[in-house]
Design a protein around this ligand. Structure first.
Ligand code: HEC
Length: 182
């Protein structure tokens, strides 16, 4: 075997190697595996938030039915000072800028005789709505948000516990106080 023949064989072998490598590169380009975003396996339950973080959630306001159980009507009687400019609370007292409050709990909305209610409140009255505990709590919290168009120019009482005290006091202003919510 002379050197010329050897070169021919070696060239053929090299050529085949190059060809095979080329096929590999082209095949990789065509059948590229999808990129893995997150390494590893997803374990069942691993994506659920740990129980401890639940305590970090925003404080939840208890419903008025729950708050009333620990409310203090005596504190409510003191808190009602903010309303006295416009409302009377004792039995038999007349309307002021706002209607008389005695017996307000569970009374029909807009029911005080001789008081000229706003169109917004008259609309609620026409629907037969009552001033239950939840309604009073919502109205006192933010009158304008609870009843857009109300004539009651009072900013609202944001403190949920103080509101419960106030509603407990309102409940006491009746010949027979309405039953507490179950
Ligand atoms: C600046 C005067 C003003 C203040 C302060 C005020 N109110 Fe009123 N309130 C009114 C007026 C006016 C109305 C009638 C609203 C309407 O017609 O839309 C009203 C209506 C109400 C009603 C509905 C009565 C009904 O017969 O339907 C309730 C309940 C009430 N007020 C509770 C309160 C409480 C409790 C406070 C104190 C936290 C308070 N208000 C403070 C003026 C006032």
């Amino acid at each position: 075997m002379d050197s010329f023949e050897f070169n021919k064989i070696a060239g053929a072998v090299l050529g085949i190697l190059l060809f095979v490598m080329g096929i590999g590169i082209v095949a990789d380009m065509i059948f590229a595996p999808p990129k893995v975003e997150v390494a590893g396996y997803e374990l069942p339950g691993a994506s659920e938030a740990p129980a401890a973080s639940a305590g970090a959630a925003a404080p939840v306001v208890e419903p008025i039915a729950v708050r009333l159980a620990s409310a203090d009507p005596a504190k409510g009687a003191a808190g009602v000072k903010a309303c006295l400019a416009c409302h009377n609370f004792e039995k038999g007292q007349p309307n002021k800028v706002g209607p008389a409050m005695y017996g307000i709990v569970d009374r029909a909305k807009g029911a005080v005789a001789g008081f000229n209610y706003s169109a917004a409140l008259k609309e609620r009255a026409a629907k037969g709505e009552k001033w239950g505990y939840a309604e009073l709590d919502g109205f006192i919290a933010n009158p304008k948000a609870y009843m857009p168009g109300t004539a009651m120019a009072y900013a609202g009482l944001a403190d949920a516990a103080k509101r419960a005290d106030l509603v407990a006091y309102l409940r006491s202003l009746a010949d027979t106080p309405a039953p507490l919510p179950q």
